[in-house]
Design a protein around this ligand. Structure first.
Ligand SMILES: [Zn+2]
Length: 68
């Protein structure tokens, strides 16, 4: 099954003829930046990341994570 990003159309996972939609890491990062911080913290793992269905782990605040 081929998975493409529903937002920008980027290929996420090459596969067969069947097409499914997901979200790529860059769109997920952009999407998360628009969500309320309190919501992100409520769904984040103890290490401060949110795990996407695709298995990618995104820090809820990339700037503070990189400065630590
Ligand atoms: Zn995308």
């Amino acid at each position: 099954m081929t998975v493409v990003c529903a937002w920008c159309g980027a290929l996420i996972a090459p596969g067969g003829e069947q097409l499914s939609h997901g979200i790529c890491v860059s769109c997920a990062t952009d999407f998360m930046s628009r969500l309320p911080r309190a919501f992100l913290e409520s769904v984040a793992d103890p290490d401060g990341t949110v795990t996407l269905f695709s298995g990618h782990k995104l820090p809820i605040d990339p700037r503070s994570a990189s400065s630590r």
